[in-house]
Design a binder for this molecule. Sequence first.
Ligand code: HEM
Length: 428
Amino acid sequence: MTEINRMEDPIIPTSVEDVTLINPEIQECPFPTYDLLREEAPVFKDPVTGMFVVTRYDELRRVALDYDNFSNHRHSNDPEMHTPSQQIAHKLFLTKGWVPGKSLAARDDPDHKQMRSLFDDAFRPKRIAEIEGDVQKLAYDLIDDFIADQECDYVQQYAVPLPLFIICRQMGAKDEDVWQIKKWTDAWIKGGTIGLDEEGVIWATEMEIQAQHYFQAIFEKLRVQPDDTLLSDLVNNEVPGWGRTLSDSELHAEMMQDTFVGGSETTTNAMSAGIMLLDKNPAVWQKLRNDPDKYLNTFVEEVVRLESPVQGLTRLAKNDVEIDGVRIPKGSVIDIRYGAGNRDPRHFSCPHEVDIERKNAASHLGFSTGTHYCLGAPLARRELYWGFKAFIDRIDSFRVVPEKNNLRHLPNYSLRILKELHIEFTPK
Ligand code: HEM
């Protein structure tokens, strides 16, 4: 049984000539645009960014798995290659903080594989299983804090704190610092806005430097007193093959991008998207509540597939290459649009529908594929599972309250961020 994931008045371009993915109106609901690109220009050179946008499922996989032709090493550490904004940020990091090193996600194998094995060890299944009890308890505790009110802002009271508290605890931060850390991650996301002015760059960099000083104290403490957090392993264990532990600059690069933003903002947005989907698809909500054990895992996959909290990321062409007859010169940036591939009708039948019986739901590319496959996917899946399970267990019925909400997403090229989601509900 499926229902349509309805969209409110999305922009539907009639021609690829009208498309640029930096248009905030298209970002608000990019799916009709993806449909057009997939059919008419599956490898589309965006006229404003100059990036080659890939939208079909098979081609996305091909790019993500072709390490000879496509590189993740796109952030040059050479200050001479920096854009004016990067130069401003670089100077501030040099004088006041730490110039972030190359992150895990920005490395190529074999360098990436060596560093990844340190992370894989820290995020090993046994470790995630140990954290799961904390995730479960937190989910019910958070709901119990607002259950008597029969209303809440689902984003601020539930979807933000659940993954953020978990990752903070695993990264050595204190519970009471969680909202300060949220301000830093919000600033980091804003700092990545394409075309941000100088004032904005300075503000975002200063915020990141504040965060660096906070985390530097934690690194130094963990070096003297290791504990059972994930960060303790990342700080103290040697990278296999490197003969050394990560430097401060390398650790700082991981904190914002890969763990806090990559690890909490994404899960938050998936949790919010899930409730929007259930609000629009009441029959799915009923079916899920009647038998969560049977349907919940597939629902989680469908949320990540349909919403794709990471809409797309980039690769750099190492050689002149051709995809679908389009020549891509060496040095070009390729935007692999996971959000578009995840609704490709060549791979998913009725791709815009949420189908909690879909057999191939988990083959989505929402966590990417290949060597850069999301490190946190097992944790994210458990957070989403318990996030929705506690909601089903505690709440009998709910509705999104249109008059209380601004349901527009924050304009962002890669992430889909909902700032608020006021709901009213009847507790069980
Ligand atoms: C629903 C939640 C999440 C989504 C949709 C998501 C999505 C992704 C995607 C698409 C990539 C691939 C990057 C690429 O292609 O270059 C990725 C990589 C990564 N993710 Fe996630 N992620 C989520 C949750 C998490 C969590 C909870 C953590 C950690 C606590 C995390 C940490 C990372 C890291 C470290 C990488 C880089 C892996 C590498 O390059 O080897 N993510 N994620």
